[in-house]
Design a protein around this ligand. Structure first.
Ligand code: ZN
Length: 580
């Protein structure tokens, strides 16, 4: 029996279709075209993304890794749909699809060949590259790649006829589709939150490989940054009327404000936690521990600028914080000593106009290795930071603290108190017990650093010193399936907003500031927050200004010989109750 060659039918069909296409007789709906383009982009133009995702995961894959791969794939398809569907009107969809195909092909060449990441600064580089340099990059292989992956599919799209649609039903279909995509994406993020949040934090850069979503996004942001802006407003002064109420000082005063990272109050032994996470600080006599302190935000980028801004949590606005001075600027204006030492990832703009030192990239083998520098490095130069005779100085130490999810990188071998501790970059592979052990080790190490800070200041009989320690925000460790931090404040669990806050005064500081420690201790049970710190620090330095609110100052009502300060409110108990 004669049989046709396998595939001959397909070949004939292809031939027929090609002729139909060339003749411009193939008609397609706009949404079908979008589906085809998305499928094409997802499967042929995102090799770099696929490669990076697979490389970022431990092998062999377990169910966890497959869930991440699946979530990324769905997210990729969803993002591509969201780029195209809203602009898929019949007259627009063809030029848009062609533009996306060509853009994706150009970008995939550089991503696949050079491992390039096309972000905003790369777009900037391209925009500033002259034709000669560009010619060096755009040689034979580039044009071949463009022809096969860009021009060919673009030409096919060009020959298609897009069916006309009735406007309103078409609009309704697209709205429904966008809604469906959003719901699906939220479901993926919600169901895979644990796997994705750990992995996503460690591999943020992977999102820059979503082609052509990331390059288009970068280009839009670049163009936006190049548009002429309205007149740049000058930096707004805060506490413009600030003066020093007590400029003359017998003994130098050093206030060390240690800003912690990701330390949650709940795991502090001093707050009743069942493990010895405060082995050292619990032995420090006269330490004031505020058991009931809340943060301004649930992320560094909110809490750190907020606590120095003078704005309370309820009014805090990032845009306003960027436009105006902060506490440190006021100090600089008053010629008080002020420095920021950073072992974290920077001061979030707070130290922009004052003297600051980055230690997180230091090359000191005693504290630093491939995992960065341990917080002990912040104490290294302490003796050289003492204020001169008669001077006063605020020194901010920005700690690495408990920065996750790779908690094990934050403490030295000697501080592995709780074992077994999670030592895997892919934290999701550790048991919860191992994660909590690693986290508690970060607290125990911070505890030893803070206790050493206090011990060293105590030895300096020649300087009056005060230590304030507060963490920027807390951390979730799997309670109700939530990990890490950064949830919207209104729904954030207490683990993310309840933070450790402590104060310590040297004997000399207690005398010179007239602080009644028993009174301060009595106030330490009341609810306090990062809102208090701006006013508390102004109070310690006797800065007189209408911006100072005495009833926000944690120590004001406990100062016996308090210098007269602005704000004539009646004495209030330290740490007035506030609703968090
Ligand atoms: Zn933080």
């Amino acid at each position: 029996m004669p049989r046709s060659l396998p595939g001959a039918g397909l070949l004939a069909w292809l031939q027929r279709s090609a002729l139909e296409l060339l003749a411009g007789r193939i008609e397609i709906s706009a949404l079908s075209l979008v589906v085809l383009v998305v499928f094409y982009l997802a499967t042929t133009q995102n090799f770099a993304l696929a490669h990076a995702v697979v490389n970022s995961l431990p092998s062999p894959f377990t169910a966890q890794e497959w869930r991440i791969v699946g979530s990324v794939a769905i997210t990729l398809v969803n993002l591509l749909f969201l780029m195209l569907v809203p602009f898929s009107a019949p007259r627009v969809v063809k030029p848009l699809a062609i533009a996306m195909l060509l853009t994706a092909a150009g970008c995939s060449y550089f991503m696949d060949t050079f491992g390039a990441v096309i972000d905003k600064s790369m777009i900037q580089n391209v925009a500033r590259t002259d034709a000669h340099e560009a010619g060096d990059l755009l040689r034979g292989w580039f044009w071949l790649h463009m022809a096969v992956f860009g021009l060919l599919p673009a030409a096919i799209v060009q020959r298609l006829r897009v069916r006309r649609e009735n406007a309103w039903p078409a609009l309704a279909r697209r709205a429904g589709l966008v809604l469906g995509i959003l719901v699906l994406q939220l479901a993926v993020l919600g169901l895979q939150y644990n796997a994705l949040s750990f992995w996503g934090r460690n591999h943020r850069e992977i999102r820059l490989l979503i082609n052509p979503f990331a390059p288009v996004n970068a280009a839009i942001r670049y163009v936006g940054s190049q548009l002429p802006k309205g007149r740049q407003k000058p930096l707004q002064l805060i506490a413009a009327d600030a003066v020093l109420a007590a400029p003359a000082r017998e003994r130098p005063l050093l206030v060390v404000w240690a800003v912690g990272e990701t330390a949650r109050a709940e795991n502090f032994e001093l707050n009743g936690y069942h493990r010895p996470t405060n082995a050292a600080l619990s032995k420090v006599p006269d330490l004031v521990n505020y058991e009931n302190a809340s943060s301004c935000g649930t992320a560094t980028a909110v809490s750190v600028p907020c606590m120095f801004s003078g704005m309370k949590r309820a009014q805090y606005k990032e845009s306003r914080a960027e436009r105006q001075e902060n506490l440190l600027d006021v100090f600089a204006r008053l010629h008080l000593g002020v420095q920021w030492w950073d072992n974290n990832s920077g001061c979030q703009g707070v130290c922009k106009r004052i003297e600051s030192v980055r230690l997180d990239n230091a090359n000191d083998p005693a504290y630093c290795d491939a995992n960065g520098c341990k917080d002990g490095i912040l104490l290294k130069g302490l003796d050289d930071a003492m204020p001169a005779a008669g001077a006063a100085k605020l020194l901010v130490l920005h700690m690495q603290g408990s920065h996750g999810p790779a908690y094990f990188k934050r403490y030295p071998e000697s501080a592995r108190v709780f074992t077994p501790d999670c030592r895997d970059e892919n934290v999701q592979r550790c048991s919860r017990e191992e994660v909590v052990n690693a986290y508690d080790n970060t607290l125990a190490y911070s505890d030893s650093v803070l206790a050493e800070l206090i011990a060293r200041l105590r030895q300096r009989q020649d300087v009056d010193s005060v230590v304030i320690y507060v963490s920027d925000h807390g951390e979730s460790l799997g309670e109700n399936g939530v990990y890490l931090h950064g949830l919207p404040y209104s729904i954030a669990p207490s683990q993310q907003t309840h933070v450790p806050l402590m104060a310590w005064f040297s004997d000399g500081a207690r005398r010179s500031l007239g602080v009644d420690l028993a009174c301060v201790q009595r106030g330490a049970e009341a609810p306090v927050s990062q809102d208090n710190l701006f006013h508390t620090v102004l109070g310690l330095f006797s800065v007189q200004t209408s911006a100072y609110e005495k009833d926000e100052d944690l120590f004001a009502s406990c100062r016996k010989a308090a210098p007269s300060l602005a704000g004539d409110a009646a004495p209030a108990p330290a740490g007035k109750a506030r609703q968090g």
